[in-house]
Design a binder for this molecule. Structure first.
Ligand code: GLY
Length: 260
């Protein structure tokens, strides 16, 4: 298997569209403040750059309110990219927008076709395997189709379960290094991280689980001091980024970029 790790050189992000106020959400806690979201997004991109990323910032797509969450539309592995097939109908058109961007960067770009559905937020790639959580957006058919693409190329894929009521698998976990995962206790309890070292989010700080490790830095949402201190004590370099606006759309650190 070609090792996927926390070492990257590039990232793709997309500016939030003003139509973000029409974005999908499990619960309505109010519309995001667009100007604040732009400031948070700029801080996120700058932090990726500080971590060593060459960032391609794509233009906003008003026709697709959730298109700022680019992670859901593709899986970027070291040798291939796979375009996903979102379970959310309103997001299906985002794939055609991302396809040329990936074709410019990868020699091989494959695509999940009907009948399955799969979104990148449900995929956690570690050096040893690709974990894919079945969820309201990702079904067994989509996971099987991804397995057909990646397994012949030497990747090991394991189907796991995203907890009920949780949008994506990575809503509840992140890879911190080759053997360490930050996870909510509820996801860890499902038993899917056997063989990994797991650091739990603190009580009432479950939303901190959607963080990302990019080279030497861990980007995490601001406002979760107990979990931040656990990461600092474990020796990670942490950067906190305001995520209050994205959180209203159930989005977080991982959703905002493709990293490769
Ligand atoms: N609002 C992000 C999503 O539901 O896909």
């Amino acid at each position: 298997m070609i090792e996927a790790s926390c070492e990257f050189s590039r990232a793709i992000t997309r500016l939030p569209a003003r139509s973000i106020v029409d974005g999908l959400r499990a619960e309505n806690t109010g519309d995001p403040d667009y100007e604040q979201m732009l400031r948070d997004h700029a801080h996120y991109v700058a932090t990726l750059q500080q971590a060593g990323a060459l960032v391609t910032e794509l233009p906003a797509l008003e026709a697709f309110p959730d298109s700022v969450f680019v992670e859901d539309v593709a899986l970027c592995l070291p040798d291939i990219a796979v375009l996903m097939r979102p379970g959310a109908a309103s997001r299906a058109g985002e794939i055609a927008q991302m396809a040329p961007v990936l074709h410019d960067r990868y020699a091989q770009v494959l695509e999940i076709g009907a009948p399955g559905h799969i979104e990148g937020g449900d995929i956690l790639t570690t050096p040893g395997e690709i974990l894919v959580g079945r969820s309201g957006r990702t079904d067994s058919a989509g996971i099987a189709q991804l397995a057909e693409i990646v397994e012949p190329r030497g990747y090991r894929l394991r189907e796991v379960l995203t907890p009920p009521g949780v949008l994506h698998f990575k809503t509840d976990c992140s890879l911190l290094d080759a053997e360490t995962i930050l996870a909510t206790p509820r996801l860890h309890a499902s038993g899917c991280f056997e063989g990994y070292r797991v650091i739990h989010t603190a009580d009432n700080e479950e939303a901190a689980a959607n963080s990302i490790r990019y080279n030497d830095l861990v980007l995490m949402p601001a406002g979760f001091p107990l979990t931040r201190d656990r990461l600092l004590e474990a020796g990670y370099q942490v950067r906190e980024i305001n995520n209050c606006e994205c959180a209203k759309l159930d989005g977080g650190m991982s959703c905002l970029s493709l990293r490769f």
